[in-house]
Design a binder for this molecule. Structure first.
Ligand SMILES: [Zn+2]
Ligand SMILES: [Zn+2]
Ligand SMILES: [Zn+2]
Length: 95
């Protein structure tokens, strides 16, 4: 599945959030702390076999299992929500 992630500008690790809470398992000192997270989300696309179709984009805040034992929650910051809306041609729900 395709996801929106944020890059740490110091170490270029991909982070799911702007907070250190879900990064406790990393060995990286900057990512264990606040990090230096690029506010602009990065679209990471994945493709499904056998047709190489781009897989649907995960909604910000959705649970995402990145093939690890950790289930991550995707970032749901304003930029991720906006980017998601642009990509999906869809406006975020406003009630
Ligand atoms: Zn790092
Ligand atoms: Zn970092
Ligand atoms: Zn975000």
């Amino acid at each position: 599945m395709s996801v929106l992630l944020h890059l740490c500008r110091t170490c270029r690790h991909r982070e799911t959030s702007h907070h250190g809470g879900d990064r406790g398992y990393t060995a990286c000192p900057c990512c264990r702390g606040a990090g230096d997270i690029d506010p602009e989300p990065l679209l990471v696309q994945t493709w499904s076999f056998p047709l190489w179709e781009v897989e649907p984009l995960h909604r910000p805040g959705a649970q995402w299992n990145a093939g690890t034992t950790h289930r991550l929650e995707l970032c749901a910051c304003a930029r991720c929500v906006e980017r998601f809306a642009e990509l999906e041609g869809d406006l975020p729900p406003h009630g």
